[in-house]
Design a protein around this ligand. Structure first.
Ligand code: BES
Ligand code: MN
Length: 457
């Protein structure tokens, strides 16, 4: 049996940045690494070509009566920039104080390795384990999974007969309080461009006569929230799913403290919607965020112009029942309706993904027809976390997005059991990303218990 931490280090050395074509070698390396590892484990490996980054599919086939679990993960990582803010090379993993530093350590190579190692151990101990396993590891998660939906549709017959999806690509609040994630936000991205005069103008010659496109953009963007941080786009909140009492109780049990959260973020005030506390707002409400805005002169010193153009990139996070295409269209319409005369505006919709909700067994709103093996997976996960982490998990919705989880529900009819194995201090998508090694080691034991429980039938 391989050493999971050493294997993880090997994986982290492949710089698999999916968004930047300069990292093709890293993408290929990461894929070959996984294919090799799954091969050593005796699985049937298939590299499925896509328009961009292939999918690694590795199967342990068996009797059709055996339960079948799909284990999902992604081998792509976010860019390491700004590299100068890293204390060590992002693609040369180093262990320090019980943590492993490197891009992708937490998102998602470490948590994914927990399941790979668990399966390897379980199969080594019992080569005739009555469980069918399909690893589905994609290379485009960080860019919105454009190839995964067509893949699911093409392979629907074979994949939809699985019982459930198991994965770890979500957050737990601390090393001793694990979370089983029961909701993900959806997303829709928009790009806005405002165009005024046909070229930059001397602001002495023309300033005062024309609508400055940057000013117009700030005004329109500034009008999209009210002073209490409600989104002012008509219809924006229409389809927001209701929150069950049990969900509020689980969140209250988390005992999250606003002051420490504020300190953690280094800000002097939080700014949630007035009817929600910050922890509820992250999980239960949609957002409209400005991810980037620009235009005009940004160099050293000053430059007296009226710029010709201004741009903004936005994303909305969506919650249960909201449709990304519908919300994208509402936001686009609201922006276009507010553009002043003298400005030409375009709003383009970018990538999108639906929100996802699943109800664990035994709750007042658990579907009566919840598949037995899914319920069993939730129960086994709860028990395993209780045993290994000495504290049962909380079942919480999450603010982040993994759009493919809703796609697997819609296309394959499969629900997901999501075990949070990264922590707030792991610096996802940021410099000095790292992973708490004790969490991963315990995560392996949890995953193994779940796999063994699933194999019971
Ligand atoms: N692992 C994250 C999703 C996540 C982040 C879950 C934080 C829970 C807490 C995933 O890799 C990710 O970053 N997803 C993107 C999706 C987007 C590019 C469509 C996200 O949430 O921004
Ligand atoms: Mn991830």
């Amino acid at each position: 049996m391989f050493d999971p931490i050493e294997k993880l280090k090997e994986h982290l050395r492949h710089a698999s940045v999916s968004t930047d074509s300069a990292f093709k070698e890293g993408m290929n390396g990461s894929r070959d690494f996984l294919a090799g590892l799954f091969g050593e484990m005796g699985l049937n490996v298939e590299i499925v070509d896509t328009d961009l980054h292939p999918i690694v599919l590795a199967k342990r086939e068996g009797d059709a009566r055996w339960p079948h679990v799909i284990i999902y993960g992604h081998y792509d990582v976010q860019p390491a920039d700004p590299i100068e803010l890293w204390d060590s090379d992002p693609f040369e993993p180093v262990e320090r104080d019980g943590r492993l530093y490197g891009r992708g350590a937490a998102d998602n190579k470490g948590p994914q390795m927990a399941h790979i190692a668990a399966v390897a151990q379980a199969l080594e101990e019992n080569p005739s384990l009555p469980l069918r396993i399909t690893f589905l590891i994609e290379g485009e998660e960080e860019i919105g999974s454009p190839s995964l939906l067509p893949f699911l549709e093409a392979r629907k017959a074979e994949l939809s007969e699985a019982d459930l999806v198991l994965l770890s690509d979500t957050l737990s609040p601390s090393a001793d309080q694990l979370v089983v994630t029961v909701g993900l936000r959806g997303i829709v991205a928009l790009e806005v461009e405002f165009e005024g005069p046909k070229s930059d103008l001397h602001s002495g010659l023309h300033g005062g006569a024309v609508y400055n496109p940057l000013q117009a953009l700030f005004e329109v963007c500034g009008s999209l929230h009210d002073s209490e941080n409600r989104v002012t786009v008509p219809g924006f909140y229409d389809d927001v799913a209701q929150v069950e009492d049990w969900e509020r109780e689980e969140l209250a049990a988390l005992g999250a403290d606003e002051d420490s959260y504020r300190d953690f973020l280094g800000i002097d005030a939080l700014h949630p919607h007035p009817d929600y506390n910050p922890f509820e707002a992250i999980r239960y409400l949609p957002t409209l965020e400005f991810n980037g805005m620009g235009g005009g002169y940004q160099g050293e010193g000053s430059k007296t112009i009226v710029p010709s153009k201004a741009m903004a990139k936005l994303t909305c996070r969506l919650v249960g029942n909201q449709d990304p295409f519908k919300v994208g269209a509402l936001v686009k319409e609201a922006i276009l309706a507010r553009v002043p005369a003298g400005i030409k505006a375009t709003v383009e919709m970018g990538h999108e993904g639906s929100p996802y909700l699943v109800v664990p067994p035994g709750r007042p709103n658990t579907p009566e027809d919840q598949p037995r093996r899914l319920a069993k997976a939730f129960e086994a996960t709860e028990r395993a976390i209780g045993d290994i982490f000495d504290k049962p998990p909380l079942f919480l919705r999450e603010g982040g997005s993994i759009p493919i989880i809703a796609d697997m529900k819609k296309t394959l009819g499969l629900d997901s059991v999501m075990v949070g194995l990264f922590l707030p201090e792991d610096n996802l998508h940021a410099p000095n990303e790292s992973l708490n090694l004790s969490v991963i080691k315990k995560g392996i034991q949890v995953s193994k218990k779940v796999i063994l429980a699933l194999a019971e039938g």
